[in-house]
Design a protein around this ligand. Structure first.
Ligand code: NAP
Length: 282
């Protein structure tokens, strides 16, 4: 391996310490930051994510309120709960764990969360704010990737940045953030004709695809900074990214591992957003 490892776990730990200091300062003024997390149904992976979020809050001085609702909760009931949390001054951030059961319209649920409390950054108002460069909440994963790039010393102005993936929660906001940082941005997706043509000229390569190890070393420009958002299971059931770490690390200048790269940063940025939501409140 010749690439420098970009240690997301270590950076996330540092951010959590900073969040804890600021959270304690708010609590000392009688305004403890509060996050409400709603989990509908019993999806096993969602239950793990939610447990981790609650644990992260506890460790960072953020008060969390977990509402576990049965899978047959009506959309009407869920929306009413969000309305109540919107009106609750002790709650600064609201997160509804996705996916939701099929009888509930996830879009309607997200749009019911007050944009002031949209710490996941999924509300259309948050997306619009990002698009137009207004203040708002950034989606946690691309926000975390920007922190990783900053930490790696990436020079973004004028750089060729290639994002693979165009989802609303990762690829598109990622591309907008890179554009805001003055990179020249290309977005690739499942209909892109020749992915390697694009990846080979990327100074900054962000893979957010969801396909195990589809980006190999021969597709990477020597010295590039490679951020692997993907979280996949390979044929042996092993957790891996979209990037074939072994071959990529021989070519890249710096690279994130999976696990230990983007994942911990996504978790940390939720805390950062919640804290900022609380600090913004007079
Ligand atoms: P998604 O909604 O499924 O989007 C995947 C994107 O990849 C789509 O835009 C799709 O193109 C594109 N794509 C699929 N196959 C492709 C191919 N063969 N070549 C090029 N592009 C291809 O997924 P997501 O929510 O953005 O997540 C992407 C990955 O990141 C997943 O592995 C997910 O688990 C992981 N993730 C990790 C974190 C974290 O914290 N580490 C957070 C979020 C997501 P089309 O639009 O044309 O279909």
């Amino acid at each position: 391996m010749t690439a420098t490892l970009i240690d997301g776990a270590a950076l996330a730990k540092r951010l959590r310490v900073q969040v804890a200091e600021r959270a304690h300062a708010l609590s000392a003024k009688g305004r403890p930051p509060g996050l409400a997390v709603i989990l509908v149904g019993d999806d096993a992976a969602s239950a793990v994510y939610v447990r981790n979020k609650v644990k992260d809050c506890e460790e960072s001085g953020i008060r969390s309120v977990l509402q576990r609702l049965p899978a047959d909760t009506s959309e009407h009931d869920l929306l009413a709960r969000i309305d109540a949390l919107n009106a609750d001054p002790a709650i600064h951030g609201i997160l509804v764990q996705l996916p939701l059961p099929p009888h509930i319209d996830a879009r309607r649920v997200i749009e019911t969360i007050s944009p002031d409390k949209d710490v996941d950054g999924f509300h259309v108002a948050s997306a619009g704010a990002l698009m137009t460069g207004q203040p708002g909440f950034l989606p946690c994963t691309p926000y975390g990737v920007m922190k990783l790039l900053e930490h790696a010393g990436a020079k973004l102005a004028g750089a060729e940045a290639v994002v693979i993936g165009r989802s609303n929660i990762v690829g598109k906001p990622q591309a907008l953030l890179l554009l805001q940082a003055d990179a020249t941005v290309t977005i690739c997706h499942s209909r892109t004709r020749d992915i390697a043509f694009h990846t080979r000229r990327a100074d900054i390569l962000i893979a957010a695809v969801g396909r195990a190890r589809i980006i190999t070393g021969d597709m990477i420009k020597p010295g590039a900074i490679v951020i692997d958002v993907g979280m996949n299971r390979d044929a042996d059931g092993k957790l891996c990214g979209d990037v074939d770490f072994e071959s990529a690390a021989r070519v890249a200048g710096a690279i994130t591992p999976v696990p230990g790269g983007v994942g911990p940063m996504t978790r940390a940025m939720l805390l950062v957003n919640t804290l900022e939501a609380a600090e913004r409140r007079p």
